[in-house]
Design a binder for this molecule. Structure first.
Ligand SMILES: [Zn+2]
Ligand SMILES: [Zn+2]
Length: 275
């Protein structure tokens, strides 16, 4: 039994050039990525002027479905990112990225995710253009673009700024409006090379996963679903929060395999030995 056929063409909903990193890994599987000229901003923006509807998965699914419908292709593809404070170290930035494959005929959905603990996601408040120099150096301006607001939550005065004159003008306009300018890294993929590289990593993972057939039904895309905690303590055997197994599965037929972690947990992580 050969692997169930992958489509020749899939639709990618993007207006931020993501095809440049998503298409190459998929072309290795004989899949051409067709860019759907979708106004993805209507599904939510990083600048916050359009709120995102639902969670990352729902937002990516909406874009993938719109891309499939726009192109008439059976499979839609979309990526979604979310950036904010680190979950355990709130003064550090943290990013999550998701790439979703949705087969509109079968409903089969394959999702790859990754986290970035060193994203190019920063903001700074400045009083005048000259004060922006340090921030601009840190973020790699103009390779990474800037968003200028008069205050957090205000409509951006300028987005995607990659020219110093335009930036200085926007800073002065913000100053006139509120007395200060809030600068942020633009997180749109074509304006943030770090983020684009993360999406490229996700595309590589997706390609590898698509090349892995389900051992039960032969559908493409068998792979990691989630990590299961509960690795037993090496001293007393109590379940700890460490990963006990990798749950791999097929999202078409539901077949799942547990790959147990090796060894046992250091008692330092044990709620009984080290409460
Ligand atoms: Zn299966
Ligand atoms: Zn223990």
């Amino acid at each position: 039994m050969g692997q169930r056929r992958l489509p020749d063409r899939v639709a990618l909903g993007t207006m931020h050039g993501k095809e440049t990193v998503i298409a190459p890994p998929l072309s290795g599987l004989g899949i051409a990525v067709v860019r759907a000229d979708l106004d993805t901003d209507r599904f939510g923006t990083f600048a916050g002027d359009v709120p995102r509807a639902g969670d990352m998965r729902a937002a990516a699914r909406a874009k993938a479905l719109a891309a499939a419908s726009l192109t008439g292709l059976g499979v839609g593809l979309a990526s979604e990112g979310a950036y904010g404070p680190h979950p355990t170290t709130p003064f550090l930035p943290f990013g999550r990225e998701l790439l979703l494959w949705h087969d509109t005929q079968s409903g089969h959905e394959i999702i790859e995710t990754l986290t970035d603990s060193q994203p190019n996601f920063e903001h700074e408040t400045v009083q005048d253009p000259a004060a922006a120099d340090g921030f601009l150096r840190r973020i790699g301006f103009p390779g990474t673009a800037v968003i200028v607001q008069s205050a957090a939550g205000a409509a951006p005065i300028a987005k995607g700024v990659t020219g110093r004159d335009a930036l200085d003008g926007a800073i002065r306009a913000a100053q006139q409006a509120s007395g200060t300018a809030l600068l942020q890294t633009d997180m749109r993929a074509h304006l943030n090379p770090r983020r684009m590289a993360m999406i490229g990593d996700l595309a590589l993972r997706l390609a590898k996963r698509l090349a892995t057939p389900c051992p039960a039904c032969n559908a493409p895309g068998f792979g990691h679903l989630r990590s299961l905690p509960g690795l037993p303590c090496g001293d007393c055997g109590t379940e700890t929060g460490l990963i006990a197994a990798d749950l791999q599965g097929c999202t078409l037929c539901g077949h799942e395999t547990r790959i147990p972690s090796k060894g046992s947990a250091d008692p330092a992580h044990c709620p009984r030995c080290n409460p």
